[in-house]
Ligand binder design. Structure first.
Ligand code: FE
Length: 194
């Protein structure tokens, strides 16, 4: 097969992930196979349109690249300005993260019997081309930051739902949660079909 160019890469990913989800597999199988597809997508940093790679000076951005028409999944470019970080948060659906440009640091958290949230292990550094995943069954609470203080990093996130509409939570240090709906930073995604 010829090497895909530009948004062909994203089209191919969307097609293959859709075919995978059509098979109605268990989450672990979806993630195992989906991570291989995502790894192929982020292997080349030559396809993300510049308007979905643009950082904001004060906070990170989440540009919707594609939403499945049945809302089984969504694909987002997560753009970190220098030194930017998320609050501690969860997703409530499965999520896959593929590093397209730069690097990020992810710290996982675990709920204690007394309700507090404590860091689980050391922060994991995700390098360009690497992938990881989260979900309510394998660990869903984390805090992520740009690994760089002086440049933009970008990861491609894929979620098992229309993530911009999912009611989920950010967490305080005492473990208390505050519900939020992230929305998306862009009002119109790219048309990947033309
Ligand atoms: Fe997250």
């Amino acid at each position: 097969m010829s090497e895909p160019l530009g948004l062909d890469r994203l089209r191919r990913f969307v097609n293959e992930l859709t075919a995978l989800l059509e098979r109605q597999l268990e989450e672990s199988v979806i993630l195992d196979n989906g991570l291989v597809l995502l790894q192929q997508l982020v292997e080349h940093d030559d396809w993300l349109p510049a308007q979905f790679a643009e950082p904001h000076p004060e906070h990170y951005l989440q540009y919707l690249l594609h939403a499945d028409s049945l809302q089984r999944f969504s694909v987002v470019s997560f753009v970190w300005g220098p030194g930017q970080r998320t609050p501690v948060h969860d997703h409530r659906v499965w999520g896959m993260i593929g590093m397209l440009r730069g690097a990020e640091l992810g710290q996982r958290f675990e709920r204690q019997p007394d309700g507090a949230l404590l860091p689980l292990g050391e922060p994991l550094r995700l390098e360009r081309g690497e992938v990881e995943c989260v979900s309510p069954t394998i660990g869903d609470i984390h805090q992520v930051s740009n690994a760089f203080e002086d440049r933009v990093s970008i990861s491609i996130h894929v979620y098992g739902g229309n993530i911009g509409t999912v009611k989920r939570a950010v967490y305080q240090a005492d473990g208390s949660e505050k519900l939020f709906i992230s929305g998306y930073s862009n009002t119109s995604p790219p048309n990947i079909w033309i």
